[in-house]
Design a protein around this ligand. Structure first.
Ligand SMILES: NC(=O)c1ccc[n+]([C@@H]2O[C@H](COP(=O)([O-])OP(=O)(O)OC[C@H]3O[C@@H](n4cnc5c(N)ncnc54)[C@H](OP(=O)(O)O)[C@@H]3O)[C@@H](O)[C@H]2O)c1
Length: 282
């Protein structure tokens, strides 16, 4: 492509970024629709976030994504935050318009779409067990609560964080959320009451591909098991779940769907999600 002063810039802010899949996903989409836009990875240390973001607002950026460790900190530097992102308490997508910045969160809806597409079912009325209480858990659990999941169990290594997230969900959405201790018997009892299990911890992520966040004996065939981890595409947890006869949902689909929603926020054009998935599946 030819880059000129007319080319609009988009990007990803995080640290470290490693081999992020977002640039290939978005650049493939821009190219396929003949859009004069380019998406670049930008590694930013926490102490430089404010300077970088203020500079981007004055350049030819149309927007950017935000990832670890900036999803919460970025909120301080935005002019406006979408109500749904406020409810989640984190931002992963920013629109730059005439020097002002507005934040959104597409992680939760990205997950929900991947769940609905992969299973052909809705989350409404389902009991869900979520492992983890970090940024991904917050986005997914709030979204599921707003979409009327019946009961949401939050289980985390650090129990206090699970309690705090469950309280936030109850306060902000009126849903029923309960914190679960990260101990075998407590987990077993809660999982037995659930239709869906979602891993939002980083356990199982490359290079620790043989680790699973859960004992495989806790998996039963009636569960739909989802993993937010997308590298590797088929995690140890998903392999165990398949062997136990569970339906499974891959993190790569969530990645594409959160990216597709960000693309649509920036461009107002329907994202070529199938093509984006193909681009990062190679
Ligand atoms: N597919 C997608 O589109 C997508 C989107 C966002 C994130 N993700 C993935 O989701 C994962 C989490 O991201 P995040 O942003 O939520 O990270 P985060 O905010 O740092 O949260 C990490 C979570 O993992 C738990 N954890 C970490 N190491 C653990 C261990 N050894 N044993 C048990 N629990 C452990 C933490 O528990 P403590 O509270 O006890 O520390 C915390 O709950 C990452 O793998 C990320 O790549 C995927």
């Amino acid at each position: 492509m030819i880059i000129s002063t007319k080319t609009k810039l988009l990007g990803l802010l995080g640290y470290p970024l490693g081999h992020s899949l977002s640039p290939i996903m978005h650049n493939t989409a821009f190219e396929s629709l003949d859009l004069d836009k380019i998406y670049i990875p930008i590694e930013v240390l926490p102490e430089n976030l404010e300077t970088v973001v203020r500079g981007m607002a004055k350049m030819n950026f149309e927007g950017f994504n935000v990832t670890i460790p900036h999803k919460i900190e970025i909120m301080k530097y935005l002019d406006e935050i979408d109500e749904y992102a406020k409810c989640i308490g984190a931002v992963n997508t920013v629109v730059v318009h005439e020097g002002t910045l507005k934040g959104y969160n597409t992680d939760g809806m990205g997950f929900l779409k991947s769940f609905e597409e992969s299973t052909g079912t809705k989350i409404h009325g389902k009991n869900v067990f979520i492992l983890g209480s970090g940024g991904a858990s917050r986005a997914i659990s709030m979204t599921l609560a707003l979409k009327k999941a019946n009961k949401i169990y939050i289980c985390n290594r650090t129990y206090e964080r699970a309690v705090s997230l469950a309280e936030d969900i109850n306060k902000q959405t009126g849903a029923e959320s309960v914190a679960v201790k990260h101990e075998y018997d407590h987990m077993k009892k809660a999982i037995a009451d659930c239709h869906v299990l979602i891993n939002t911890t980083s356990v199982g992520m490359s290079p620790h591909i043989d680790s699973s966040p859960l004992d495989r004996e806790l998996l039963t065939p009636s569960l739909t098991v989802c993993d937010a981890v997308y590298n590797p595409r088929k995690t140890r947890l998903l392999k165990d779940a398949e062997e136990m006869g569970c339906t499974t949902v891959e993190g790569l689909k969530m990645l594409v769907n959160q990216g597709a929603e960000a693309f649509e926020i920036w461009t107002g054009i329907k994202a070529p999600a199938e093509l984006m998935l193909k681009a990062i599946s190679k």
